[in-house]
Design a protein. Structure first.
Length: 127
């Protein structure tokens, strides 16, 4: 399966596209596609942002959005168009997102090399 990505949007046309700040696993891509199909959100962007949250200060905000905001970076991976803002891209650089299912539930799991620590419940992080 080809998981190559290219960033578009905020990358000027005169410069080559750079590596995407985030890479999703096949399981994460499948889950996003399932939600898009179930909700009838074809053509929407999978928005990934870092926002103030929790006891450690930063958290992840995942949404399906119809339009991106000015300055957002967008890229496509395996049929899903992903978007993030420039500030979040700095916090997310090198992040891998998986979708995991266990006896305690299911959800997206972030492997962020920029996160120095996280809170006890794992919902927020610091850099």
């Amino acid at each position: 399966m080809d998981t190559s990505t290219a960033v578009t949007g905020s990358t000027p046309a005169s410069q080559p596209a750079t590596s995407a700040p985030v890479v999703l696993t096949a399981a994460a891509i499948a889950q996003v596609k399932t939600v898009i199909q179930a909700q009838g959100f074809q053509g929407y962007f999978f928005s990934i942002r870092v926002v103030p949250s929790g006891c450690s200060g930063l958290g992840y905000d995942l949404n399906l959005v119809k339009e991106t905001k000015a300055g957002d970076q967008t890229w496509e991976q395996d049929g899903v168009t992903i978007a993030t803002d420039a500030l979040s891209a700095q916090y997310l650089s090198g992040t891998h997102i998986d979708y995991v299912t266990s006896i305690t539930g299911a959800g997206f799991k972030f492997e962020n090399p920029n996160a120095k620590s996280s809170c006890g419940c794992g919902t927020s992080f610091t850099t």
